[in-house]
Design a binder for this molecule. Structure first.
Ligand code: HMG
Ligand code: MG
Length: 300
């Protein structure tokens, strides 16, 4: 297999990780946690979500969090933005990057953002243009690339169509979401094989949820095919409330353990990451899915 010399891990725990939690993590704890994450060596942190707080109550304090954290030079502080109203809130809170999102399957798009795919395009186009004009970078997500909780298999043509539209709007990077953690390495190889005929590997990121334990295997295949950016969540927190059965992202510390052991550079410090994972595990009050976190605490 071909291994890259270095990989970028994008930490999405404060957004994807917390959005599905029943426990409301206090704003000051979110801020303290993000400040810890800023010290781990991560260069990109998705810190919150400027969606409708009635849809995602766990992140209702998005503005306070974005305004309250200490910004470290060299780190991109990103936030999820669904529409113009969300962008205005994100700009007011001075995030560095807006992350727009939609699904490759009609039903998940409808359940998640209350709109059809075709109605979503002009809304996101306006958001991307306004964000770029305000000097922000824009990242895009396509969800349900490997399967939809409502429709099952998703057509690759639809994934390509949605991805094309997002790149045409001006996003700089597209994160391909395995929203319900259903992808397997052979499928990743097939789907990426088709996408890489069209899109540069450097502009693609993979976002694996680890619902069925295949995330690291999927990452290995993706790296072999030239992908070097992966989203992950400290503790293995995460999940989409509008995707039944979706559980956490691949745990950042599990991914880091594997990459470190393989000699692949990330710039991230495992001890600091584990300390941030222990912090949020305690605030959430349950054992989190991360393997390395449990190894670590059982050794103490
Ligand atoms: P809607 O109800 O259709 O919105 O929601 P609307 O435009 O009709 O407005 C209705 C009300 O919402 C109005 O308030 C608006 O002001 C308010 P009212 O007049 O009734 O008091 N509103 C907002 N308030 C604050 N911020 C906003 C905003 N927009 C409207 N930005 C909307 C449409 C998209 C807002 C809603 O469906 C929503 O918030 N959805 C978010 C769902 C979500 O966050 N899902 C999880 C993230 S996606 C994910 O996890 C997948 C990913 O990780 C990748 C993967 O794993 O595949 C990214
Ligand atoms: Mg996700």
């Amino acid at each position: 297999m071909n291994w890259p010399a270095s990989v970028t891990i994008k930490e999405v725990g404060p957004r994807d990780g917390l959005q599905n939690e029943k426990v409301f993590v206090a704003t000051e704890d979110k801020i303290a946690w993000i400040n810890q994450l800023s010290g781990t060596g991560m260069k990109s942190l998705e810190i919150t979500s400027f969606v409708n707080p009635r849809w995602i109550p766990a992140l209702a304090d998005a503005a306070e969090v974005a305004k309250g954290i200490k910004r470290m030079p060299g780190i991109t502080y990103s936030a999820l933005v669904p529409n113009r109203q969300g962008l205005e809130r994100a700009l007011e809170a001075n995030v560095d990057e807006a992350a727009v999102f939609m699904s490759a399957s009609e039903t998940h798009n409808q359940r998640n953002i209350n709109k059809s795919i075709s109605i979503t395009f002009p809304i996101l186009r306006e958001v991307v243009q306004a964000a770029l004009s305000a000097g922000k970078s824009v990242r895009g997500y396509v969800s349900t690339v490997f399967g939809c909780p409502y429709e099952g298999p998703v057509s690759i043509d639809e994934v390509i169509r949605v991805s094309d539209k997002l790149f045409e709007m001006g996003i700089s990077e597209l994160s391909l979401g395995d929203t319900i953690g259903i992808a397997n390495p052979k499928q990743v190889q097939d789907i990426l094989g088709m996408l890489l005929k069209r899109f540069d590997a450097k502009k693609l990121a993979l976002h694996f949820h680890d619902t069925r334990g295949t995330a690291l295997a999927n990452i290995l295949v993706s790296m072999d095919m030239g992908i070097t950016t992966f989203d992950a969540s400290v503790g293995g927190l995460g999940g989409c409330p509008y995707a039944p059965g979706a559980s956490g992202n691949v745990a950042s510390e599990d991914l880091l353990f594997m990459l470190d052991a393989m000699g692949i550079q990330t710039g991230v410090n495992q001890e600091k990451l584990l300390s941030a994972a222990r912090f949020i595990q305690e605030k959430i009050g349950r054992t989190l899915p991360s393997r390395n976190l449990q190894v670590d605490s059982s050794n103490e």
